[in-house]
Design a protein around this ligand. Structure first.
Ligand code: URA
Length: 225
């Protein structure tokens, strides 16, 4: 990836994030503290797509930085993908909440919020053009694969995502954090299978990808010559 290409992508992501910060298409645009556009390597091979920001993400303006984020970081590292090497986004960029009378609580994004935010997500995918999309949890998977997608039956299978990019879904790390005992052991095993499938697919697509053009730089010339 040339430096010019990388900085062009970074500039486009920064501009898009600024637009999102000003967006008020949904009511949650006014209840959230900060928008959470996404972060990571603009040239990442893997893009992770979660559901939407939670309380910690809303406070910090960064995706997956709460407990689920810590687990996500460990999951990615287990397949040799440090957090900084991937791009992390969500289906919606503002924290979906409801007021329980005492405080704002998290909820799943509703269809109109998903639709309003979809263009931002599609643009991120178009800019980063990852080799693989990893959807975390049913809402993220459904946003790509339709409302009938079943995370329990269809996770771990490969689909064609936006721009023809291979897409796979697995359980959301927050779901793992809610489990205990034997159920947790069983679900952990499934998630590990899915992560290994991501790693294998990455090797496969890398092997089939044409070599990237190398930027021509003159290593041996100097002003003194
Ligand atoms: N859960 C999500 O789906 N996304 C985040 O950014 C944090 C928690």
């Amino acid at each position: 990836m040339s430096l010019a290409e990388r900085s062009g992508r970074e500039r486009r992501l920064i501009n898009a994030a600024a637009l999102v910060e000003r967006c008020r298409k949904c009511a949650i645009g006014s209840t959230r503290r900060r928008s959470v556009y996404g972060e990571g390597d603009s040239c990442a091979e893997v893009m992770v797509v979660g559901e939407g920001p939670g309380e910690t993400e809303d406070l910090l303006g960064r995706p997956f930085v709460g407990r689920a984020g810590e687990l996500l970081d460990r999951m990615l590292l287990a397949i040799d993908l440090p957090r900084e090497s991937v791009y992390i986004a969500n289906t919606v960029k503002c924290r979906p909440t409801f007021d329980d009378g005492q405080r704002l609580r998290n909820r799943a994004p509703d269809p109109s919020e998903l639709a309003n935010c979809r263009g931002y997500l599609d643009e991120q995918i178009e800019i980063v053009r990852p080799r693989i999309l990893l959807a975390l949890g049913a809402p993220a998977a459904k946003s790509f694969l339709g409302p009938t997608f079943s995370i329990t039956r269809q996770r771990g299978q490969w689909y064609e995502g936006p721009l023809g990019i291979p897409l796979v879904a697995t359980f959301h790390p927050a779901y793992l954090l809610r489990m205990t005992g034997g159920e947790l052991t069983a679900v952990k095993r499934l998630v590990w299978d899915d992560l290994k499938a991501v790693r294998a697919k990455l090797y496969e697509v890398r092997a089939n990808a044409p070599a990237a053009p190398v930027e021509q730089i003159d290593l041996f010339s100097s002003e003194a010559d």
